[in-house]
Design a protein around this ligand. Structure first.
Ligand code: ADP
Ligand code: MG
Length: 600
């Protein structure tokens, strides 16, 4: 065992260098092609490339909204329209004096940012299709306004686009302008994507409750992302107006919006490279199949269907060579509880979470009906009872998902707020889930790093520019996550996609994610379900060791052996009511418990 510990850093260094090249190589190639393309001196190809860059400036931002956060913003062409008209109208002097086109482009970006947030706000309340409809509705409104507001937009007749001056004058100068902005858009979105903010977005997409339990506040994060995606869309619009040299409302079609959206889906959700390639392909495709232009919508749809059916993970999946290497067949999870002292803070003094008279009803169902419970630091408190007796609901009340009808919930005598699940992380209250909530498409390491999101210091803007504080956050989170993985015995799987893991491994991975909070209290919902007897024994050892470091553990379980082996105290629930409470020995010999639950 010490053997693997000694060899793993060396192995990690080797693979990370290769991984680095694997990740960067495609970008280096793309960049070289882009830089050298003007040598061909083919202005037709130049225009197609400019269009691809411009579309990518928009799609790059939209990718964070759609691909990362999973929000169906299908009408994002509205940002292109807004940016185009703002830039064009200001540069042409349709509103006050003529603006410098570069300044007008900045104004286009600002306009996009403002409306990006306004259009994005409904996503905080509306689900999927309803939100998709609002973005579409907004795109229609913008086009209608552009048609009607003749003084500023020229209405149906249109208005000339801006002409940028030296060094980015029309021709190859403008080409390089678009190229540079596309590269910038790639850089900032990749920075966000690989920061704790990017991981948080993906967590919101695939495991929202786990994201909240890790302290991720969805509204704040989404607003930031909509702002960025709107700004990039606005800038793309200004460039688009210049490329078109003359814009009318019918230049901004629904098909364009579909193109941006589908480029991201066929590129692969949660990737930057895939959607970039997707955008290039979809921009170039109709050009090289000119007779098929009328069929482009149909082609996109067919392409999307094909990709969804053949490679659901998109282009990014095709390029993910790392995860095609087979995994070792007979893996065993060997937790190393001696590492716990580094993963946890030795809790000073006694702390407790106290539930008093908690009652919670779902319609007519009394899920919890007047429950008292105390979780103390340094102890394992078992919570057992038949299915439907209210165990998970109790856990959800403590982690702030439900507001009970009556009763109090206190931490060291102070009230714990209800209805605020994302604030629990600040109190260092961590949990796992009865059905593991994980991001299947992210690596095991990234999944665990999500658990430490609240420990990051860098702001969104610092992450955007990959400033030192963000890089330090990443380094610390990575090291802490590796440590947590080593503690639960999964470090050899750190780089593997989580959806390739076995069920029992996911359960230990969730514990590692919970450890990232250095929890003062840890709540485990049936962690032994689906584990082999040997794994259950190791799990029991680990849980016991966690409590001996000072953490208060609430353990919901069905395996009576595990409960009686490691719990200091046990509460038995039946129909939302406490049937019995006491030491394992008292419970084991409790007449009602034995007849109602444990069986003769
Ligand atoms: P346990 O975890 O002990 O198996 P739960 O706490 O999940 O039980 O459920 C307790 C009772 O509350 C069950 O009757 C269940 O059907 C009901 N219940 C739990 N969650 C909800 C919900 N979100 N809406 C309606 N009923 C619920
Ligand atoms: Mg349950």
């Amino acid at each position: 065992m010490t053997d693997t510990a000694a060899s793993s850093p060396a192995r990690a260094a080797g693979t990370s260098w290769l991984g680095w090249l694997e990740g960067k190589l495609s970008w280096i190639l793309l960049g070289l092609v882009g830089l050298l393309l003007p040598l061909l001196d083919d202005s037709y190809i130049g225009v197609i490339a400019q269009r691809a860059y411009i579309y990518w400036v928009l799609s790059a931002g939209l990718n964070l909204v759609v691909g990362y956060a999973g929000q169906i913003a299908i009408g994002w062409v509205s940002m292109l329209t807004l940016g185009a008209y703002t830039t064009a109208a200001l540069a042409a002097g349709r509103i006050g004096p003529e603006w410098n086109p570069y300044l007008a482009l900045v104004a286009g970006g600002v306009m996009g940012a403002i409306f990006g947030v306004i259009v994005g706000l409904p996503a905080l309340r509306l689900r999927t299709f309803y939100f998709a409809m609002t973005t579409l509705g907004f795109a229609t409104i913008v086009t209608q306004v552009a048609l009607a507001w003749k003084d500023v937009t020229g209405g149906g007749v249109g208005t000339p686009g801006p002409t940028f001056s030296w060094p980015f004058e029309p021709g190859w100068g403008f080409y390089y302008f678009c190229f540079i902005l596309a590269a910038l858009a790639t850089w900032v979105t990749a920075n966000i994507g690989s920061s704790r903010y990017g991981r948080a977005l993906v967590a919101i997409r695939d495991a929202e409750v786990a994201a909240e339990a890790s302290g991720i506040a969805k509204p704040k994060l989404l607003i930031m992302v909509f702002l960025l995606a709107g700004a990039l869309g606005g800038v793309a619009g200004g460039l688009f107006a210049s490329l078109q040299s003359y814009i009318t409302p019918d230049a901004f079609t629904f098909e364009m919006s579909v193109l941006f959206f589908i480029a991201i889906l066929i590129g692969g959700r949660g990737s930057i490279l895939g959607p970039a390639l997707g955008t290039i392909i979809l921009t170039a495709l109709p050009e090289f199949a000119a007779p098929l232009v009328q069929w482009s919508t149909f082609l996109y749809a067919a392409l999307l269907l094909l990709i969804v059916l053949l490679i659901p993970g998109g282009i990014a999946d095709l390029l993910d060579f790392k995860n095609r290497r087979p995994l070792e067949q007979h893996r065993e999870i060997a937790p190393r509880k001696e590492l716990l002292s580094r993963a946890l803070d030795k809790t000073d003094g006694r702390h407790s979470i106290v539930l008093k008279d908690i009652a919670l009803h779902f319609g007519g169902v009394r899920a919890i009906d007047g429950l008292d419970l105390e979780i103390r630091s340094g102890e394992v408190h078992g919570l057992i009872g038949p299915n439907g007796s209210g165990k998970t609901t109790t856990l959800n009340v403590i982690s702030g998902y439900y507001k009970p009808k009556a009763g109090t919930l206190k931490l060291d005598g102070g009230d714990l707020p209800f209805d605020r699940p994302h604030l629990r992380a600040n109190y260092r209250i961590a949990r796992t889930f009865q059905t593991p909530r994980v991001v299947g498409a992210a690596s095991v390491l990234e999944n665990v790093m999500i658990g430490g999101t609240v420990h990051g210091q860098a702001t969104f803007a610092e992450a955007l520019l990959s400033l030192p504080r963000n890089r330090r956050d990443e380094k610390l989170l990575r090291a802490a996550a590796m440590q947590a993985l080593a503690t639960v015995g999964l470090e050899s799987l750190a780089d593997v996609r989580a959806d390739r893991l076995q069920h029992s491994e996911l359960r230990f991975m969730e514990i590692a994610r919970a450890l990232m909070l250095r929890p003062a209290f840890l709540m485990l919902d049936e962690p032994a379900a689906g584990l082999s007897p040997e794994e259950i024994r190791r799990l029991g050892d680990l849980i016991k060791a966690i409590s001996r470091e000072g953490t208060g553990v609430l353990l919901v379980e069905h395996h009576a052996d595990l409960i009686f082996d490691i719990c200091d105290r046990v509460t038995v629930l039946n129909l939302g009511k406490m049937l019995a409470a006491g030491t394992p020995n008292e419970i084991r010999s409790h007449r009602e418990v034995v007849s109602a639950y444990l069986g003769a």
